[in-house]
Design a protein around this ligand. Structure first.
Ligand code: 3PG
Length: 385
C-alpha cells in the first residue's frame, strides 16, 4: 500500500479517516487512548503544511440524523487542549470547505451522513471531492467497508495508509505471520462461541493457547469436570476437545469459585476436580495462574485478548493480574488488543510494558481470525491501479 509518510503533503487537502470512536460521558472524553494514537498522524500533516480534515464515526447513531450525544464536539474540545492550534468542528462539509495550509478541521460524525454505512458511491464521491489525499488511519474501523473507510478511497486522487494503520498492520503482522517462538496466545472472554474463529485461527499459529474466563470453563468441562453453575457451553465441549488435540491448551487445575456473581461474594480456591454443583468459577486459581505466568515469561511472542477472570471484581481479579504482570515482565514481543483487554492493562498499570497495544476491538479480532480487512484491501487495490 501507499504510505502517507512517503508523500509530500505541503499545501494538499488531506482527509484523514481516524477512529476517534471514544467513550464520552457528560460531554467529556473518558478514555483518550484512540485520540492519543491518532495525534502523531494529525501533527505530521499539520507540520507538513497540509490543509487537514480529520473525521471519524462516534457511536452508532441513527444514520442520516444529527444527534448531539454522538457529536465529535468532545473530541474537538480534547484536540483544542492537546494541540496548539485552533481546531474547529465542521457540521456542513459535504459540499465543500475552505481551509488554509496548516489548519485543522474536524468533520462531524460520518454516521450522521446518509449512505455512510452502506458505502454509497454518492457520499463516497463527496468525501473524495474534498481532498487531494485520502489517509486511511482508522485501524479500529478497517473491518468496515463504509463510505469514509472504503468508498472514499476508491474515488480520491490518492489513497494511502496513515502511520497508525501502518503501525498496527506491522505489529499484528509480526505476531500472526512469522512469530518468534515459542508463541503464546491468551484468549479470555465469556464464550467459546464468540471467540471460536479466533481460537481456530490461533491454534494454527500459536505454540500454546492460554484460555480464561467463561471460555476456560468449557475447557475445564471438556476435561470431564463438573463446572457447577459456571458460565460454559456444553455443546462446544467437542470443539474444545478438538482444539486441545491440535494445540497445547493448558487447562486450569485450580480455580476461584463463588456462590454468586457479586462484588461482595466470597471467593474460594478449589481444585478443578472439586467444583460443587452450586459453584461459579470466576477466576483462575493461584497455581494455574502461576503455571500460565511461567509459560508467558518464556514466550518470545505473546498475543493477548481478553481478561482471564472477572477482574472488575477485586477478589476475582488475581488471575488477570498475574497474567498481566507476566506479560509486562516477559522479554517477548507482546501485542494486546480488544476492549476489555485495554481496561485490564489500565487497571494493572502495565501500559508501558506491553510492546504494542492495538486500538482495534472488532478489527483486532478480525485480523487475528485471519480475515482481510476491507479498508486494507481497498488500499492494496489502489496501490496496484
Ligand atoms: C470499534 O469501536 O470497535 C470501532 O470504532 C468500530 O465501531 P462499530 O462497531 O460501531 O463499527
Amino acid at each position: 500500500v501507499i504510505k502517507m509518510t512517503d508523500l509530500d503533503l505541503a499545501g494538499k487537502r488531506v482527509f484523514i479517516r481516524a477512529d476517534l470512536n471514544v467513550p464520552v460521558k457528560d460531554g467529556k472524553v473518558t478514555s483518550d487512548a484512540r485520540i492519543l494514537a491518532s495525534l502523531p498522524t494529525i501533527q505530521r500533516c499539520l507540520e507538513a503544511g497540509a490543509k487537514v480534515m480529520v473525521t471519524s464515526h462516534l457511536g452508532r447513531p441513527t444514520e442520516g440524523e444529527y444527534a448531539e450525544e454522538f457529536s465529535l464536539q468532545p473530541v474537538v474540545n480534547y484536540l483544542n487542549d492537546a494541540l496548539d492550534c485552533d481546531v474547529k468542528l465542521a457540521k456542513d462539509y459535504l459540499d465543500g470547505l475552505e481551509l488554509n495550509a496548516g489548519e485543522l478541521v474536524v468533520l462531524e460524525n460520518v454516521r450522521f451522513n446518509k449512505g455512510e454505512k452502506k458505502n454509497e458511491d454518492e457520499l463516497s464521491k463527496k468525501y473524495a471531492a474534498l481532498c487531494d489525499v485520502f489517509v486511511m488511519d482508522a485501524f479500529g474501523t478497517a473491518h468496515r467497508a463504509q463510505a469514509s473507510t472504503y468508498g472514499v478511497g476508491m474515488f480520491a486522487p490518492i489513497a494511502c495508509a496513515g502511520p497508525l494503520l501502518a503501525g498496527e498492520l506491522e505489529a499484528l503482522g509480526k505476531v500472526m505471520d512469522n512469530p518468534a517462538r515459542p508463541m503464546v496466545a491468551i484468549v479470555g472472554g465469556s464464550k467459546v462461541s464468540t471467540k471460536l474463529t479466533v481460537l481456530e485461527s490461533l491454534s494454527k499459529i500459536a505454540d500454546q493457547i492460554v484460555v480464561g474466563g467463561g471460555i476456560a470453563n468449557t475447557f475445564i468441562a471438556a476435561e470431564g469436570n463438573d463446572v457447577g453453575k459456571s458460565l460454559y457451553e456444553a455443546d462446544l465441549i467437542p470443539t474444545a476437545k478438538a482444539l486441545m488435540a491440535h494445540t497445547d491448551i493448558p487447562v486450569a487445575t485450580d480455580v476461584v469459585c463463588a456462590k454468586e456473581f457479586s462484588d461482595s461474594a466470597e471467593a474460594t480456591i478449589k481444585a478443578a476436580t472439586d467444583i460443587a454443583a452450586d459453584d461459579m468459577v470466576l477466576d483462575l486459581g493461584p497455581d494455574s495462574a502461576q503455571a500460565l505466568a511461567d509459560i508467558i515469561m518464556n514466550a518470545k511472542t505473546i498475543l493477548w485478548n481478553g481478561p482471564v477472570g472477572v477482574f472488575e471484581i477485586e477478589q476475582f481479579g488475581k488471575g488477570t493480574e498475574v497474567v498481566a504482570n507476566a506479560i509486562a515482565a516477559s522479554a517477548g514481543f507482546s501485542v494486546a488488543g480488544g476492549g476489555d483487554t485495554l481496561a485490564a492493562i489500565d487497571k494493572y498499570g502495565i501500559k508501558d510494558k506491553v510492546s504494542y497495544i492495538s486500538t482495534g476491538g472488532g478489527a483486532f479480532l478480525e485480523f487475528v481470525e485471519g480475515n482481510k480487512l476491507p479498508a486494507v484491501e481497498m488500499l492494496e487495490a489502489r496501490a496496484k491501479a
